[in-house]
Design a protein around this ligand. Structure first.
Ligand code: PLP
Ligand code: COI
Length: 342
């Protein structure tokens, strides 16, 4: 069945795979890991995840490398972040070792869905945790379900590594100044949908959000962090209302390795007039170059790529990241978990 998949033409969509892996928390402890071949769950109609948004998730990728080995990128960082998200909205944190075991098991069980080396595609890993017990008052659940599902994916933006246009829109914030933006909470994405759909209908690939307090500084770019290159430096927003992106951290490390200076700081909107390159970075987005940033409220257009191509530093960072993920270059920082025997 999977042999019919056209690996090089996959989009970022859901393709059913063979198994998902589940574990329940009840009576103060995590139970046994269960393997399921169903993509349906059974839940209480008053579950806190359904009514009050007690839901968090993660996103990671596994790659078939040049040497045939399967590598999961930065598993430990995602394990830590889901714990931080759980604490953020008072859910039961998934122990790091349980997270690790379940992610590896989900990849192993669905090995036939890992796209081949050279296809440009990868196996997207989506861990998700839900509050399961019935509450009508606003209180945290006492029972949780943690699951890991996987699906093979291609590029998040259909243009792939071709620069796209993004827009600034002040009518919507996806998160509050001291709200849930620093955690990977489903509700953040619900809050971004109206703005996202408007942006798409106007031909933009994503919304570039400003800080929700003053609307002076760049925050992040739809489902990804934002970075720019200015005078040879990699600059990226420091903000308490954005998700700490594992990809962004990795790009910052790779940039420093390449001798590129990195600045994590507030980036005022007007500074967009002075940047040489820009990109959206994330597990799904990788490092997607930006061509132009249009401010829909002021009418100002910041043209970043004049020739419609990605800039040299964005391209070099993208290539380096991919090379590490695919085992084409040594994993000097120990970012990959190799899944043996598949
Ligand atoms: N910001 C948001 C809002 C995201 O949804 C994501 C995707 O996970 C990112 C940033 C990038 O994070 P990461 O690089 O860890 O995937
Ligand atoms: C990711 O990059 O893993 C994300 O979660 C982004 C998105 C598809 C919600």
């Amino acid at each position: 069945m999977d042999n019919e998949l056209n690996w090089s033409n996959l989009s970022f969509g859901y393709i059913p795979t063979d198994y998902n892996v589940r574990c329940r928390y009840a009576n103060g402890k995590w139970g046994e890991i269960e393997v399921s071949s169903s993509d349906i769950i059974n839940m209480h109609i008053a579950a806190t995840s359904l009514h009050y948004g007690q839901e968090i998730f993660e996103g990671m990728k596994a790659f078939r490398g040049a040497d045939g080995k399967v590598r999961i990128f930065r598993l430990e960082e995602n394990a830590k972040r889901i714990i931080s998200s759980a604490r953020g909205i008072v859910m039961e944190p998934v122990p790091e070792e349980l997270f690790r075991k379940m992610v590896i098991e989900a990849v192993r069980l669905n090995a036939r869905f890992i796209p081949p080396y050279g296809s440009g595609a990868s196996l997207y890993i989506r861990p998700i945790e839900l509050g399961m017990s019935a509450q009508i008052g606003v209180h945290p659940s006492s029972e949780y379900l943690f699951m890991v599902m996987v699906t093979p994916v291609g590029p998040y933006f259909k243009e792939g590594f071709k620069p796209t246009n993004i827009c600034i829109m002040r009518e919507f914030d996806r998160v509050a100044p001291k709200g849930t933006g620093r955690w990977k909470v489903g509700g953040n994405y619900a809050a971004s949908m109206e703005a996202g759909e408007r942006a798409h209908s106007l031909g933009y690939s994503a919304v570039l959000y400003l800080d929700p307090k003053e609307k002076k500084y760049i925050d992040e770019c739809g489902p990804a962090n934002f970075f720019a290159v200015k005078g040879g430096k990699y600059i990226t927003p420091a903000s308490e209302s954005i998700l700490p992106s594992v990809t962004n951290k990795s790009l910052m490390t790779l940039a420093r390795d390449m001798g590129i200076e990195v600045e994590e700081r507030h980036i005022p909107v007007e500074e967009l007039a002075e940047i040489d390159e820009a990109g959206a970075c994330g597990t799904a987005a990788v490092a997607s170059p930006v061509a132009e940033i249009d401010d829909l409220d002021t009418g100002k257009k910041y043209v970043v790529s004049r020739n419609g191509e990605a800039g040299p530093i964005t391209t070099a960072l993208y290539n380096k990241l991919r090379a590490v993920q695919l085992g084409e270059e040594p994993d000097v920082h120990g970012w990959n978990t190799i899944v043996e025997g598949i």
